[in-house]
Design a protein around this ligand. Structure first.
Ligand SMILES: *Cc1c(COP(=O)(O)O)cnc(C)c1O
Length: 401
């Protein structure tokens, strides 16, 4: 049996069996690392080190990966946003760092387009206020104009934050290069939340002063955040570890693992991975095509990542159950099949192949066929809609009840 269908570890630890076709989800444990990455974390765990020295090594690797001058690692991308913004307020003054978040001084506004105010598990605005920043919305949800950003970037504005994500509004926003140009004309640094983007160089190339990535998404590292950019701002962000960053610290094991993951990324056979993903999508598409009321469609990633997904469109009348109910039912199987349900109220869910383990594609096809051909046997439940949006607030509220 393929190792990925061997559930001995799950069973021994009382942890439910999960097949992840939803993407990289904090609620499912982020990503699964390559053996080399796991080994790098294990090797670091049994040794003492000098953290600043390891972070300097991380900086070199981040520079090679992103083209930035420098970088460091922290607990998560969300932490990276907070630290980067805090750094723009404090520079290299330790006293200013210790004064955060309560006393950021007069220059603490963070300009962000309203359509970028997303939630990625927590509101992005919380990452701003945690730093001591004041959220300064630019435009309305579906339209932001150059003059609005210009006006927002006044002498009280410490940074302009740009979010790249499938979670943001995808039209009517100021394109990145223009956004950076306007902010720079007003002397305001540009911070990019690119947590889930494969493009590790483009934002820096187009003028981002800092770009932030998750180490545990497509990079396949341990839970971590990568802060890359201008050396002065990276150093100021790093200094926050004596202040608001303390609770966001990264350990030696994750630094070692993230460095290993970044190095592996640079030598990864991306074409071969895409071919495997494509084969899985086609297998599932073929399995679903004959089912009545079910329309499988391969769709491109909305932010242009080199990743396609299978969108499973459900005609509830014909199929016997709604997309939300199917998604819930798939999640109740053993092993659980966790699908991508962010947009389930629109009548579809998606299957994301990026975290599929070797040997799982066929198991997924079989589970889909069995559950989706049997819609009439399923009972709709009022909570199906929220349950299908995995990782939501219910998981927290229901914990230990
Ligand atoms: C995932 C994500 C985050 C949060 O990343 P973590 O590393 O889990 O904190 C922030 N912003 C965007 C756009 C994301 O996709």
């Amino acid at each position: 049996m393929a190792a990925s269908l061997d559930w001995t570890w799950h069973d021994a630890n009382g942890v439910s069996r999960v097949i992840n076709v939803s993407g990289t989800m904090t609620s499912l444990g982020g990503s699964v690392t390559a053996p080399k990455v796991a080994q790098a974390t294990a090797d670091a765990m049994t040794r003492f080190v000098r953290i600043h020295e390891m972070q300097a090594h991380a900086s070199q690797t981040i520079a090679a990966l992103t083209g930035a001058e420098a970088g460091f690692l922290t607990a998560s991308a969300s932490a990276g946003i907070t630290l980067a913004l805090a750094g723009t307020m404090t520079g290299l003054s330790p006293a200013a760092v210790e004064a955060l978040p309560k006393s950021p001084g007069p220059r603490n506004a963070v300009a962000i387009q309203l359509g970028h105010m997303c939630e990625y598990g927590a509101p992005v605005t919380t990452a701003i206020t945690l730093a001591g920043g004041t959220v300064r919305p630019v435009g309305q949800s579906t339209v932001a104009a150059d003059y609005q950003l210009e006006a927002a970037c006044d002498e009280t504005c410490t940074a302009a934050l740009y979010v790249v994500s499938h979670h943001v509004v995808h039209y009517g926003q100021i394109p990145f290069a223009r956004f950076a140009e306007i902010a720079h004309d007003k002397g305001v640094p540009v911070i990019v939340d690119a947590a889930s983007e494969y493009d590790l160089r483009g934002f820096i190339e187009q003028g981002a002063d800092i770009a932030i990535y998750s180490g545990h998404k497509f990079l396949g590292g341990p839970t971590s955040g990568i802060v890359a950019g201008r050396k002065d701002l990276v150093r100021a962000a790093y200094l926050q570890n004596i202040g608001v960053g303390r609770g966001m610290k990264i350990g030696k094991e994750s630094i070692a693992g993230a460095i290993a993951a970044m190095k592996l990324w640079m030598e990864r056979d991306h074409e071969a991975i895409r071919a495997d993903e494509r084969a899985a999508l086609e297998l599932w598409s073929e399995a679903l095509a004959p089912l009545s009321g079910i329309t499988p469609r391969i769709v491109a990633d909305p932010t242009g990542n080199p990743l396609d997904r299978l969108q499973v469109e459900v005609d509830a009348q014909t199929a016997g159950a709604s997309a939300a109910t199917f998604a819930r039912a798939l999640g109740e199987r053993d092993p659980a099949l966790i699908v991508r349900g962010h947009e389930v109220e629109l009548g579809y869910f998606q299957l994301d192949p990026c975290n599929l383990r070797p040997g799982q594609a066929k198991a997924v096809a079989d589970a889909l066929t069995e559950t989706l051909s049997n819609g009439r046997a399923l009972q709709e439940r009022p909570e199906d809609l929220s349950a299908a949006r995995n990782g939501g607030v219910e998981g927290y509220l229901n914990w230990l009840t």
